[in-house]
Each structure stands twice: as C-alpha cells, then as structure tokens.
Ligand binder design. Structure first.
Ligand code: ATP
Ligand code: MG
Length: 312
C-alpha cells in the first residue's frame, strides 16, 4: 500500500517540483515503485519529466472533474518504476469547477483510491497556493513534506501553512502527518544559509530532514533536458542529495513499521511549533537561541482563513 506524500508550501519557488521529480526518481531507482501526481496547473513536473506541452494529452483534470479512470491518464515516466499523472493549464479550471462540486476536497482521494496498491510511494506536487487543488492533495495524503528555501524570511508563510495543516487534521484529514521539513537551495558558503538552517533545526528539531539539498546548478538545468538530475549528472551534488533524501524517507518508513504506527507525536509537535511561530510576538520571528535571520516581516500571523476556505 503506497505511502502518499504531498509536497506542499504555498510559497512559490522553494523547490517543490524539483523535490517531487528528483525524490520520485531516486525512490524508483531504489526499487520503490513510485507515482508522481502533478497537481499544479503550471505543469512543471510534467515537463521536467520530459513531456512537452500537448493539448491532446489527458491530465489530472479529466480524473478530478470528469471522473475518467486514473489508469488511462497515467504515463510511464521513462524511468523504470516511475509513473506520472500529468497536468497542464486546464487544471486551473478544475480549481474553479471544484468549488461547487460535491465532496470537493475528496475528489483526488477518491480518484486514486483504487491504485494505491500498485505503488510504494505516491508523491503529489502541489501548486504554490492553499487552494482546492492543494486541499485535495492534502486530503488524499498520509503526510506532507514541506520544502523550505534557506534564505532570509524563510519562515514567511510557514506559520500559515502549519496552521492550515493543523486545521486540516481537525477537519478533512485527521491522520495527516508531517513527513518532514526539507531545507533546499542551501549554500554552505554563506553564513545566512547556515544561520537559517540552524534556526529551523532549533525550532522544528527532529522534524527537519537530516538531508539538506544544496544549491546546485545541475538541479536547475536538468528540467530543461526533460530528465531527473540523476540521469542528467549522477555525480552532481544535487543528484547525491536527492538519493540521500530517498534513503532517509525509506528509513523513516521502516522505522514507523518497526514502531507499529505513525509517530503519534508528530502532529502535536507541529502544532506547538505553529503556535510558537504565530504566537509570541505576533509575527513570524523565530525566537530560538540562534534567532535573528529568519525573522518575520511584522505582518499578522493570521489564521490563513482566506486562502484555505475550502477546508471549512
Ligand atoms: N537546489 C537547487 N539548486 C539550484 N536551483 C534549484 C534548486 N531547487 C530548485 N531550483 C530551481 O529553482 C526554481 C524553483 O524551483 P521549483 O520549481 O522546484 O520550485 P517550486 O516550489 O516547485 O515552484 P512553484 O511554487 O512555482 O511551483 C527552478 O528554476 C529550479 O530549477
Ligand atoms: Mg512547482
């Protein structure tokens, strides 16, 4: 039975798609049959896996809105053990059309229920928004992996995201776990990157993956060649880091099996982290021992209500 992991952060350009494509390929290369669902109308995962735009191609839209069989939409991703449910800009329409549909948050869950047994992992690449597409992804998932770029204001939006995740646990998906927080675009030559990483670790502790994804030009180049980085330059630091991440994901899964269940404290820890970020000074400033660089902008932590209205 596949573990279904959403890769989500409403902040744009933090490495969601890069992670979906390269973690997916690395899992497949580790003999873990994997399906990647491109749930973003930008279709970046689809093109990064070598599928150029094609108006005739069926996409996730047909499955979500027209209830076409998901198997008829699934493509082989030219990597053994890796399959793709593609997307294109028509999915924008789905986000709108879903609003008035019955069970609007659960349509992706229903669409993929019958294919879970075929895979070890299903990764869902979410759009940079807390919209109905992302809610469908999170409702269908066992866990969420949150990429965070190691830069100034790294926590911008993380409070809102965690807040929304906790609300989802109370509403549409009580068992949603945090797969992990992934530090991306890490540059070990800058003290800023180091400081941001240290802040995030002191704040989120064991929820942060040990693997860190470095800033690496090969990772940025590979999509234009339509292939995961491990097939573009296996010796690059970027390829190595995603292979390492896949190992960590698999090891964590084995540990969970060993413990006989999900790490039950995950949600609670995320909840207190969310509260701590949103609370205290009313902003998003990290107030850990190493704080100072990832500080907030002073805007309200908010309740995220406007951007996640589909959950209520
Ligand atoms: N570790 C990295 N090193 C160098 N470039 C990277 C790295 N990760 C991602 N990039 C580049 O940064 C840009 C944004 O990455 P990506 O598309 O994965 O982010 P995203 O979160 O999916 O964006 P969006 O929110 O628009 O969907 C891309 O051009 C990508 O190639
Ligand atoms: Mg993306």
């Amino acid at each position: 039975m596949a573990r279904i992991i959403s890769i989500a952060n409403q902040k744009g350009g933090v490495g969601k798609t890069t992670t979906a494509v390269n973690l997916g390929a690395s899992l497949a290369a580790s003999d873990q049959k994997t399906l990647i669902i491109d749930c973003d109308p930008q279709g970046n995962t689809t093109s990064a896996l070598g599928f150029p735009k094609d108006p005739a191609r069926r996409t996730l839209y047909q499955a979500l809105i027209l209830e076409e069989s998901i198997e008829r939409i699934t493509l082989d991703a030219q990597v053994e053990g890796l399959e793709l449910i593609p997307s294109d800009k028509n999915l924008v329409g789905a986000a709108v059309e879903l609003v008035n549909m019955e069970n609007r948050e659960y349509r992706l869950k229903a669409a993929i229920a019958g294919i879970r047994d075929k895979y070890e992992y299903v990764l869902i690449d979410c759009p940079p928004a807390l919209d109905l597409l992302t809610l469908n992804a999170l409702a269908a998932s066992d866990s969420v992996l949150v990429p965070i770029q190691c830069e100034y204001l790294a926590l911008e939006g993380v409070s809102e995201l965690l807040d929304t995740l906790m609300r989802l646990r109370r509403t549409i998906n009580p068992t949603l776990a945090i797969e992990g927080i992934l530090l991306t675009m890490y540059d070990d030559r800058t003290t800023l990157s180091k400081q941001v990483a240290a802040d995030l670790r002191s704040f989120f502790g064991g929820q942060v993956f040990e693997t860190v994804i470095p800033r690496n030009v090969r990772l940025a180049e590979a999509p234009s060649h339509g292939m995961p980085v491990m097939f573009y330059d296996i010796h690059s630091k970027g390829a190595e880091s995603y292979v390492q991440l896949a190992k960590e994901v698999i090891t964590n899964a084995q540990k969970r099996v060993g413990q006989g269940s999900e790490r039950a404290d995950q949600g609670t820890r995320a909840e207190s982290a969310a509260a701590a970020i949103a609370g205290a000074d009313g902003g998003r400033t990290i107030t850990g021992p190493n704080s100072s660089t990832t500080g907030g902008d002073g805007t309200s932590g908010g309740d995220g209500g406007s951007s996640s209205s589909g959950a209520s």
